[in-house]
Design a protein around this ligand. Structure first.
Ligand code: ADP
Ligand code: MG
Length: 229
């Protein structure tokens, strides 16, 4: 098995005026290919900071972060941007779709600079929208869809570059319980198909969908349940 994500003694601090606040403390974390890891913690425990670190949107204050076998400290900004664009699919609580574009165009967007022809890009985007159950809505604008449907579009968009890692921060946080469950059914299906998923949540019930649950409290990993993959 190969580790996609490997954090070794990683810490993150912010300077707030005179004070230094350590938000992530000596994190040891390995995510293997095919894992569905959920990171569970209350508000303020450092979940989003950890997600930003895993997604290479932020850099550690100390320690090492290796992703896809490469130490991020040795990567140029250009290499990091390429990694973010191609290898990591992001899903957020507030979908973050572009309101003026159709959902097909939203899903196609990460492929704009891929070198693929428009026809191929459109076909890939349409296939993924079919997979998430929205084949009949390709020309709709995001605001013509329900919250759950918009999150499905965001998931299709995250998958369109065939990333090695799907990274989701509170993907059900803006949805009612029933719709949240449907999104988790989709994640479970993606996991069964072999996708590697890291999902952050404050909701214990939602965390249970993962094959590994990691508890984050006060910036520290406190407990891990499950065997992974
Ligand atoms: P969670 O997502 O679990 O709610 P966050 O990672 O957003 O937690 O925040 C953890 C802690 O780090 C909070 O105390 C927050 O105020 C602090 N924090 C997050 N981002 C910054 C920042 N850019 N500057 C200073 N403090 C921050
Ligand atoms: Mg958060």
């Amino acid at each position: 098995m190969s580790a996609i994500v490997s954090m070794n003694d990683l810490s993150k601090s912010y300077q707030l005026g005179e004070e230094q606040q350590t938000v992530l403390k000596s994190i040891q974390l390995e995510v293997q290919q095919g894992d569905f890891v959920t990171i569970l913690g209350p508000s303020g425990s450092g979940k989003s900071t950890l997600m930003n670190m895993i997604g290479c949107l932020d850099t550690p204050s100390s320690g090492d972060y290796t992703v896809g076998g490469k130490n991020t400290a040795d990567m140029s900004e250009k290499e990091l941007a390429a990694l973010r664009n191609k290898e990591i699919g992001f899903v957020f609580q507030q979908f973050q779709l572009l309101p003026r574009l159709s959902i097909l165009e939203n899903v196609e967007l990460p492929l704009i600079y891929s070198g693929l022809s428009k026809k191929v890009r459109r076909n890939l985007a349409a296939d993924l929208l079919g997979k998430v159950g929205l084949a009949d809505k390709l020309s709709h604008k995001p605001n013509q869809l329900s919250g759950g449907q918009q999150q499905r579009v965001a998931i299709a968009r995250a998958l369109v570059t065939a990333p090695s890692l799907l990274l989701a921060d509170e993907p059900t946080g803006a949805l009612d319980q029933q719709t949240g469950k449907q999104i988790m059914t989709l994640f479970t299906q993606l996991h069964q198909e072999g996708k590697t998923i890291v999902m952050i949540t404050h909701d214990e019930k939602i965390a249970r969908y993962g094959s590994r649950i990691i508890h984050l409290l006060d910036g520290e990993i406190r407990e891990e349940r499950g065997q992974g993959v």
